[in-house]
Design a protein around this ligand. Sequence first.
Ligand code: NAP
Ligand code: MG
Length: 481
Amino acid sequence: MTVGHFIAGQWWPGRDDALSENPARPAEEIVRHALATDAEVDAAVEAADAALPAWIRTPAPARAAILRRAGERVAARAEELARLLTREEGKPLAEARGEVHRAALIFHYHAAQAWRATGEVYASSNPDEEIRTVRVPVGVVAAITPWNFPIAIPAWKIAPALVHGNTIVWKPASPTPAMAVELARELEAAGLPAGVLNLVLGSGRAGARLVSHKRVDAITFTGSGAVGRGIWNEATPRGVRVQLELGGHNAAIVYPDADLDRAVDQIVIGAMGATGQKCTATRRIVAVGGVHDALVERLTERVAALRVGDALDESVDVGPLVSAAARDEVADEVARAARDGVDIAAGGDVVELDGGYYLRPTLLTDVTPDMRIAQEEVFGPVTSVIPADDDDEAIAIANATRFGLSAAVFTRDERRIRRALLEIDAGIIHVNNATTGSEPHVPFGGMRESSSQGPHEQGETARDFFTELKTAYLVPGDAAP
Ligand code: NAP
Ligand code: MG
């Protein structure tokens, strides 16, 4: 199948510029697709601009009704979409199902935001005057998304942008065009007017064109730090509002009083879920004091027992990485860590199976906080154990990277929990839970270099990015003569 862009309510003819493949069986093509030219990106922005006035005038509850229908349509096709997601991106089918259902829920959650109060009323110090706050859409929004959550992340950008009255140009990641086309089709079928959502398929070059377009009012980006910083530097000097959700190097601290069974279960989920290709994946395990040896022993056994294979097979725990380049990069980082002196307690080797992009789930021990593997995000099924002598050192290690996305602590001690909430520099903290996992009705985002420092995505804070807040001072006119 060949797919093209969706611009101004029209599906453009597909082109054979590039293709997506099944990372478990690269010989299997998913779709052939166009790579947007500059003129096509410009056409998409012009369409979003042209559609803006009518969309702003559409009552928010009517916008919300379209989102609800889109959510229902996605949920009705959940199994089919989950299988496509797994074939194109490579995460285990159970996780793909979870992601598709999550996307549907995100449309419902943001649809409900249409019922919130849109302003406040204040007293004025002047007689007869009233002061109100008023929220208006930001305007044309560029959404640039990664491949690792190819439907949930787009949903949590698109749904709040639309319900609050913005129009969108969406540039999805090039490994997952088929999922993007399916989501855009469901929004079209749900009744979205032409030009309100425009999809341009393309490479980073198309993303760069979009970012540099003078008619874009706001950019919401999820992806790597390098690309995110480039977008920030390009767009913020022009006064463009920019939201970045970037990488992490998330720590799980295991204290000596922890329920070790639960800690091991949750760490394996957090480190190896979705093949470790989550921004919130557990990258470092900080073992405090005497818990170290038992923890390493049990983690080694569990990680070594994980079943690797085609993610459509329900008995598989860990699927392929998204591409050969991603697999090779992660394997190189493991080899480099071994040269730095770490011990490979489990995994570390490439798995040959149907030409798929597999790396065996990998547990590294004898890692020190300053090593490259403990500082740079390695986006795959690799996690490191770092010993800490005491509670102070554990918190210091958890905070010893430039990131601050998520963290976990495993303890039964209320004082340790309270200390973690106050002192770990992470936007998301899990207690006796994996570092991964989030719900759509609460804010999601990080500290330090993991995010831009504006309003977080998801939850009620999502609205703050997609709206401008105005203050109005009103003196009613005299009655007409
Ligand atoms: P990426 O390479 O930064 O790509 C993200 C998006 O930006 C893709 O659509 C990409 O297009 C596009 N892009 C590339 N170069 C661009 C440029 N110069 N200008 C504008 N857009 C450009 O990231 P990725 O490899 O897809 O995703 C993995 C990263 O995302 C990891 O670092 C992960 O931690 C992070 N992530 C963060 C979160 C979070 O919420 N904090 C969630 C998920 C993932 P192409 O695909 O065509 O290159
Ligand atoms: Mg990339």
